[in-house]
Write a protein that binds this ligand. Structure first.
Ligand code: ZN
Length: 151
């Protein structure tokens, strides 16, 4: 049985307390808002994409520790990646948090700290919010919510 404390591992607490890249981006080329009404998590994601590379990425917003830590870790993981790599990472992250807790998952480095949300279905949306917002921003959509088709 998973303990709720396992979910709030040190790395998640640290990213929640001191979120990385937590600011607006004045020269963003792409931007989208994400909202998870189930928990009340909101964030705005900013991207500066130059020649198919994510040159800079930042976010603002408010929400639970999981949503904030996930957004913080995601921005760290994305900087300097190509857009196609970011899309592939979205798919891998999505698989990690939606695979049954009994199944093995791919090691995604620091992002693996969030694999524990698989045990808590309501938290999956908190952990996925930043990533779905990323996907929306890259597709030039301005808004996404957990009610959006394909979530
Ligand atoms: Zn949440």
């Amino acid at each position: 049985m998973a303990d709720l404390n396992d979910l709030y591992q040190e790395v998640i607490l640290d990213h929640n307390r001191r979120p990385r890249n937590f600011h607006a981006l004045a020269d963003a080329s792409h931007q989208a808002e994400g909202y998870n009404p189930l928990c009340g998590d909101r964030l705005t994601l900013y991207l500066r994409i130059d020649n198919g590379v994510i040159a800079d990425v930042a976010f603002e917003g408010s929400g639970c520790a999981i949503s904030k830590a996930s957004a913080s870790m995601m921005t760290d993981a994305l900087k300097g990646r190509r857009v196609d790599e970011a899309r592939a990472l979205f798919e891998r992250f999505h698989r990690m948090v939606t695979t049954s807790p009994d199944e093995p998952v791919e090691d995604l480095g620091k992002l693996s700290a969030l694999a524990g949300v698989r045990e808590f279905p309501v938290r999956v949306k908190c952990a996925s919010l930043a990533w779905h917002t990323l996907k929306a921003a890259m597709a030039r959509e301005t808004k996404t919510t957990t009610e959006t088709e394909g979530w």
